[in-house]
Design a binder for this molecule. Structure first.
Ligand code: SF4
Length: 173
C-alpha cells in the first residue's frame, strides 16, 4: 500500500473533485489515505503521520497553510503540487490584485477576526505558489487537471518520475 496525504490550501476543491471522478480506477494505485484536511479548519487537525506522498491543492495564502505544508514536507517522501494554483498561484493568485485589507473588508466587513466560533487564521500579504514555501518534487498542471491527466500523473509519480508531470509549465512562465 502507498500511504498518501491530501491537503487543500487556497483551493476550490476542483482538483480533488476531478480526482474523485476517476471512480474505481483509483483502486489501480493501491493508495491508503493516511491523512486529509480541507482548506480552512478551526485550527484543529489530526496529527500528520509519515507518508510516502503528499498532494497539495491550492495556493498558499494563510499562516496555517504555511505551517501545514512545512509539516507535510517533513513527513512526506515526495511532495506534489496538485493543480495550477499550487504550482503557480492560478485563479487563487488573483487575490493578489487586491490588498489584504480590501479583501477582509469586502468579505467579512467588521467581523474580520471571527465568524461565530470559526477562527480565521492570519492572511499572508500575497497568495503564493507552493514552491515558494517548501521544496516541491512534482507538479501537476491543469485547472482542474482532467481525470485522465490525474491518472497518468499518478502513474508516473508512483513510478518515480519527478518534475512536471502534465502540461502546465507554460502557464507559470
Ligand atoms: Fe480550483 Fe483550478 Fe485551483 Fe484546482 S487549479 S484549486 S480547480 S482553481
Amino acid at each position: 500500500m502507498i500511504d498518501v496525504a491530501f491537503y487543500i490550501a487556497h483551493g476550490c476543491s476542483g482538483c480533488t473533485m476531478s480526482m474523485l471522478d476517476l471512480g474505481e480506477r483509483m483502486n489501480d494505485f493501491r493508495m491508503r489515505v493516511a491523512w486529509a484536511a480541507p482548506t480552512l479548519g478551526d485550527g484543529k487537525y489530526d496529527r500528520i503521520p509519515e507518508v510516502d506522498y503528499a498532494f497539495i491543492e491550492g495556493g498558499i495564502g494563510l499562516s496555517e497553510h504555511v505551517e501545514i505544508v512545512r509539516e507535510l514536507r517533513e513527513k512526506s517522501e515526495t511532495l506534489v503540487a496538485f493543480g495550477i494554483c499550487a504550482s503557480c498561484g492560478g485563479i487563487m493568485g488573483l487575490a493578489n490584485l487586491h490588498s489584504k485589507e480590501e479583501i477582509l473588508e469586502d468579505v467579512f466587513g467588521s467581523a474580520k477576526s471571527s465568524v461565530g466560533d470559526l477562527r480565521i487564521p492570519e492572511m499572508l500579504e500575497f497568495v503564493k505558489p507552493l514552491d515558494s514555501v517548501v521544496e516541491v518534487d512534482c507538479y501537476i498542471g491543469g485547472c482542474p487537471p482532467t481525470p485522465e491527466q490525474i491518472y497518468n500523473a499518478f502513474k508516473a509519480i508512483f513510478e518515480g518520475e519527478r518534475g512536471w508531470i502534465t502540461s502546465g509549465k507554460s502557464v507559470c512562465e
